[in-house]
Design a protein around this ligand. Structure first.
Ligand SMILES: NC(=O)c1ccc[n+]([C@@H]2O[C@H](COP(=O)([O-])OP(=O)(O)OC[C@H]3O[C@@H](n4cnc5c(N)ncnc54)[C@H](O)[C@@H]3O)[C@@H](O)[C@H]2O)c1
Length: 349
């Protein structure tokens, strides 16, 4: 039997409770504390999960029974929690986006390198069965020469989502809008499948919401380092919101995924597994997860898989698959899209 890791969740909001639930289901983890600057929020969640509540991060990080801190605070506050955790010798798993500027991300990475602690990101979409099958086909070279990759997130958020959130829709704490907050999962999955992005040309606008500083609609033409081209388009302005679509194509195959189903899976060189995959996954999803409601259809399963993968890496003394450096990549692409929209020019990464 390996080590059991003591976990603390920082940020007891919407996603913090999924963290707590995910940790509860791990055989080698023990949820020991919930921390929120709002004492009542920490008390409520800790009460539901039978652990202690803390309102002071310093007090939490001074505890010997905390090995791993998961960060579920507003996006622009991830860095300060993650850096403090490193200084106290705690490993850290941070919600998307890891932070909202590359400078802040690099300071987080440096703090963990210096402390010898491990920093990981969270991209729950990568843990869907369909996403894993997609990645396996890419890694096996089944697409031939890669020609096109598309990430499409046609989502909707009511005005009240921005009005009630406080930090949402602000540059300082959300770091962006439809791309940095919602689209980042789709963009991360696309770059995971297609490899690095070389250049972007984009338009980002706030079209359907008032009183937000950031975009609710963003579209970019992109060029990948492997020579393929493609598009990224993510919104919170398309009522009622529907499926997140990722499509990858080459001269020997095309796959198109809608949420956690495929609607196209075809390769020039068929394998016996292809028929089974089409049989099981070839359909449009019944409900478009999260398209209009941030927690709709969400379960803790993919966060649990993300944390399990992180602990396996700690046990093995290696970097987790979604390391801090891996989680940086999607943020770099999104920031380049913002820069291109602002300048009206193509931006190279
Ligand atoms: N992976 C996903 O699918 C997913 C889904 C939703 C949100 N998120 C991410 O999770 C993060 C939180 O989003 P949310 O919707 O849960 O927000 P939220 O506003 O519901 O919750 C944030 C919580 O953090 C607390 N907080 C703020 N500053 C703090 C500090 N310095 N120390 C301790 N607690 C603090 C707030 O009091 C609040 O309870 C964001 O970065 C968001 O992008 C990820």
């Amino acid at each position: 039997m390996g080590k059991t890791y003591g976990f603390a969740v920082v940020g007891a909001g919407m996603i913090g409770k999924f963290h707590a639930e995910a940790i509860k289901g791990l055989p080698n983890a023990k949820l020991v504390a919930i921390c929120d600057q709002v004492q009542s929020a920490a008390d409520n969640l800790a009460g539901n999960f039978g652990c202690t509540a803390e309102s002071s991060l310093d007090r939490l990080l001074a505890r010997d029974d905390v090995d791993v801190v998961t960060v579920a605070t507003p996006s622009g506050l991830h860095g300060e929690v993650a850096i403090s955790a490193a200084r106290h010798g705690k490993h850290c798993v941070v919600e998307k986006p890891l932070e909202i500027t590359l400078d802040k991300i690099d300071r987080v990475l440096e703090a963990h390198d210096k402390a010898g602690t491990t920093i990981g990101g969270i991209f729950n979409m990568r843990h869907e069965e369909t996403a894993k099958l997609f990645k396996k086909a890419v890694d096996a070279g089944r697409f031939g020469r890669m020609t096109f990759g598309m990430a499409y997130g046609p989502w909707w958020r009511e005005q009240s989502y921005y009005d009630n959130g406080g930090w949402r829709g602000t540059w300082a704490l959300d770091g962006g809008g439809a791309l940095m907050n919602q689209g980042i999962h789709t963009i991360d999955t696309l770059q995971w499948l297609m490899g690095p992005v070389k250049a972007v040309t984009s338009f980002c606008r706030a079209l359907a919401h008032e009183r937000i500083e950031v975009e609710d609609t963003g579209a970019a033409a992109i060029e990948f380092a492997n020579g393929a081209i493609g598009t990224i388009a993510c919104t919170t302005s398309m009522w009622p919101g529907h499926f997140r679509i990722i499509e990858v194509a080459g001269d020997r195959g095309t796959v198109a995924m809608a949420d956690n189903k495929f609607f196209f899976w075809q390769f020039a060189q068929e394998t016996p597994e292809d028929a089974r995959i089409r049989e099981k996954y070839l359909q449009f999803p019944g409900v478009s997860v999260g398209a209009a409601n941030p927690s709709a259809g969400m379960t803790a399963d993919n966060h649990r898989a993300n944390f399990a993968e992180f602990l396996a890496a700690l046990d093995a003394g290696r970097q987790p698959p979604i390391s801090g450096r891996e989680a940086r990549k999607a943020v770099e692409i999104i920031l380049a899209i913002y820069k291109s929209s602002k300048s009206g020019k193509t931006v190279s990464l």
